[in-house]
Design a protein around this ligand. Structure first.
Ligand code: BTN
Length: 254
């Protein structure tokens, strides 16, 4: 793999419960170098956000966890790991799905959309080391060649489904590692403004009025004003009030 460190150390597992869980256990037992990736063809207990599961066809998609050591990052900037991961996936999708018919967007907090359908999900699990960030396990599920999504047809999509073209998963994985490495090195250099600028340019619904649902299941409309540096979503409500929500408190409806 042509990278400096991401993907230089690889674990390929034919089957595993969850690559994120595997990475977390690995970190307890061995000294895995930064950039180690855990990649599998079959996750039996893939985990998503909000306690959801993540199920995909065997050997069709990218199911990977990447170990990072962002001890340089101030704790209040932890959400930047989400931002750069989304930007890396955005880059890979933009390169492989060229043309104006593909509207590639980041959906707060960490879904990737193409033409308003979900193509990838991100699950980041951080460990603290005293007051610093220790290890970060960046889990990515990117739908590449799966074409049937069962109940989620129309809600979920893949690179193949949207473009009618199959992709080589190894090449996509390498591109993903390269893109994440590029953004991670920018983050390490403290290029926060640049990252934030590109993030907002790629954010679904920025400054638009959208439908949300609160944790009681109540639907409401609000303008997506901002995503704060700490990752909270800032919404302007029709009554003029401004509210902040974390990912467990609100869902952006499509
Ligand atoms: C979501 O959209 O809710 C996040 C999905 C994250 C799925 C990936 S697949 C690789 C890694 N291992 C897991 O168990 N989950 C993440």
């Amino acid at each position: 793999m042509e990278t400096l460190f991401i993907g230089q150390n690889q674990y390929f597992l034919q089957q595993v419960d969850s690559t994120n869980t595997y990475a977390t256990t690995l970190l307890r037992n061995v000294n895995a170098p930064e950039g180690t990736i855990i990649f599998t063809d079959h996750q039996t207990h893939g985990r998503g956000q909000r306690g959801n599961s993540w199920n995909t066809d065997i050997a069709s998609n990218i199911t990977v966890s990447i170990i990072l050591n962002p001890a340089f990052l101030p704790l209040q900037k932890t959400f930047y790991i989400s931002k750069i991961t989304a930007l890396a996936i955005h880059d890979v999708l933009t390169d492989n799905l060229p043309g104006s018919q593909f509207d590639i967007k980041i959906k707060w907090p960490n879904d990737m959309l193409v033409n308003r359908q979900k193509i990838a999900g991100i699950l980041i699990e951080n460990q603290l080391n005293g007051t610093l960030l220790g290890h970060s396990v960046v889990g990515i599920g990117l739908n590449v060649n799966q074409v049937n999504f069962g109940d989620l047809d129309g809600i979920a999509t893949s690179m193949k489904k949207i473009s009618a073209q199959a992709f080589d998963r190894n090449i996509i994985l390498e591109r993903l590692c390269q893109a994440l490495e590029k953004w991670y090195l920018r983050l390490k250099q403290g290029r926060y403004e640049e990252i934030t600028e590109v993030y907002f340019a790629s954010l679904y619904g920025h400054r638009q009025s959208l439908a949300f649902e609160d944790k009681a299941g109540q639907a409401f409309m609000a303008v997506l004003r901002h995503v704060r540096e700490d990752g909270l979503l800032e919404l302007a409500l029709p009554d003029g009030s401004v509210r902040h929500y974390d990912l467990k408190e609100v869902k952006l409806m499509m």
